[in-house]
Every structure is written in structure tokens, then in C-alpha cells.
Write a protein that binds this ligand. Sequence first.
Ligand SMILES: Nc1ncnc2c1ncn2[C@@H]1O[C@H](COP(=O)(O)OP(=O)(O)OP(=O)(O)O)[C@@H](O)[C@H]1O
Length: 358
Amino acid sequence: MMTPFLEIRGIRKQYGPVVAVHDVNLTVDHGEFMTFLGPSGSGKSTTLYILAGFEQPTLGDILLNGRTILDTPSHQRNIGMVFQRYTLFPHLSVGDNIAFPLKVRGWSKAAITERVRQMLSLVRLEGFEDRKPAAMSGGQQQRVALARALAYDPPVLLMDEPLSALDKKLREEIQHEIRRIHQQTEVTILYVTHDQEEALRLSDRIAVFSHGVIDQIGTGEQLYSDPATRFVAEFIGDSDFLPCRIVEQRDGRALIALDGNLTVPDVPLHGKAGAKTDGLLMLRPERLSLSTERQERALSATVEDITFLGTHVNVAARTPDGAALSVRLPFGHHAIAGLPRGADVWLTFEPDAAHVFL
Ligand SMILES: Nc1ncnc2c1ncn2[C@@H]1O[C@H](COP(=O)(O)OP(=O)(O)OP(=O)(O)O)[C@@H](O)[C@H]1O
């Protein structure tokens, strides 16, 4: 078997009685963009700090090209870092900030000048060399931080919520820059965020963190279409849940029964099967069809609200048992023309678009 480029093996981190990270295992390919996605407190940053060498794990190992890096001090790991708040040296110009890690590494003056010029061009800040950070926007400062982190060509770059202090438009602009820079360089990126949209936009693969473990690792498409846990289903994309009963199960599929005598065969089933017969059916708003005419094998519901959201329209509906379901339809869809609040509707879905969690 080939040695993985980067391997996080059985990492646990405990602060007294608090277990910040339980058991994190992950391999990352060379040149990959891997994102740690999860809510606040799920252990993303702690894992990243262990990679950076700011923290030592209680248990486990980190291997780069098959060799442990845990006994290498942080500043010798050759790992670039960009964090949430701009960590530029305020008294140094942009050029001197970018030159700093090169001076530390003993580069010649000529090599430094050339490299600073290259990096400024990479982050599209030509001409800003003599500015002080305070005279630049947040987005520009974050690009300088990126240039400084990449200047000595580290094989790995760690980024911890680097864009969270910026407004939406600027954030999207810099996400675009980060993607471009990732494609232009061969750097392997580990990126922490709690924003699913940012994770989907940037990453090759995403590791979804929950309570100090990784629930699932996969591409955005894999996490969306085949979520391993209810938590992943709720974190990636929109979802609603209905209580259901498992009538039969075989090979990861189930025949389920819903209130109102509706049964649905062949729904993907997740979780440890066994004697348990109560489950939760997950439905995605964009995978439901809506009709104002009675349908076979359909959920009945009443329209509570209709919201125009630009390219699409959201219909908020409620089943007779009181469960809320959203339906997302393209703007102008015939089913919603003149549809009033309080109307009775029938909702259908393909079994493959649904998932049952135990
Ligand atoms: N130095 C520390 N001492 C005690 N507990 C800590 C320490 N650092 C982190 N924790 C706890 O460990 C858990 C994981 O924290 P961590 O910062 O890794 O989460 P996170 O997913 O990065 O969240 P955020 O996005 O808020 O930074 C949290 O419950 C946190 O309170």
C-alpha cells in the first residue's frame, strides 16, 4: 500500500476532564483541499492546532510522508498557517511581512526580492509592497497573510476560519482567490470552517466533525447524496425529518411505513439495524414534488406559507400530524401558480431521494 501523504492517526486531546477530540482518523492526499466542517466546539481547531504543533495530542500520531511530526517543533514543521484574525506584523510593510519567513530561513536578499514579487502577483497585490497592513482592507490583509504563509513553499497549509471576519461579498471573492491559488500551487490545504457553503465551494473532500469525532469524510456530492448520519444530513444541505416505522429491512434498504397508511419501499437505511423499528425519514426540499391533485403514494399536507427566494420558491407545508416539510420549486413552477395558504397538497418523492436514520 502506498504511504499516505498526511495521516492523522487516532488523535485524542483531553484538557483535564474535557475531551476536545475523541478519536480522529484521516488521510489526506498530496495537493488535496481538505476541509474540517462542523459546529463550534466539535474539535476542528484543536485537531488543526495539533497539526500545527501548538498542542500535543493526548493519544495518537501525525505522519507526514510516513514519518511522525509530533517530535518536530512547530516552527520546524514547514507548515504554513493562516488564521481568522490577520496576524500580520503591524509595524512591517507588506513586502517585509512576506519576506519575514524567508529571512528566518536565511534566503539571500535577491532571492527574497524576487519571491516577494512573485507572491504579490499570486495574490494580486502588485504595487502594495510598501503599504502598512493598517492601510489595507481586511480582505487585502488576508491575502497578504496568504502570501506570507505560502512564500517559502510549504507542502501543507493550515487555514482556520480565515475569512470569517469578512463580509459575504469579500469572502466569496477571496474564496475564489484561494481556489485559484490552490490550483496554481501544489500545496495541500487543511481548512477549518463552520460554513457549509464555504466548505462545498472550496474543498476536494470534507470531513464533518461532531463532538470530537469525524462523522463522515467525502466529497460534497457524497455527503449530500449519501449522508452517513442524521447529523451530516442536517449539516449538508437542507432537510426535514418525519417519524417512520421500519417494516422490513435488507441490505441497507428498508420498507417503511409513515402516518396516514403510506408505505415506501427501498429507502436507503443508515444506522445500526436490529430490533429497532422506529426511524426518522429524511426528505430534502428540492427532492419533493408537489401536486394540488390527490396522488397515490403521497404525503398529504397543508400549505402554510410560500416564500419567493429569487431563483426558487419555498413552500412551507405541514402534515396532518403536525410535521413541518419544506418544498423547493423553481420560480414560476405551474404547481404553485395561484396556490393559496391553507391549500391541501400532495407530496411525492423517489425512494432514492429519501434516507432513513435509526
Ligand atoms: N485549552 C482548552 N482547555 C479546555 N477546553 C478546551 C481547550 N481548547 C478547546 N477546548 C474545548 O474543546 C472542545 C473543542 O474545541 P475546538 O476549538 O477544537 O472546537 P471547534 O470545532 O474548532 O470550535 P470553534 O469553531 O468554536 O473554534 C470545546 O468544547 C472547547 O471548549
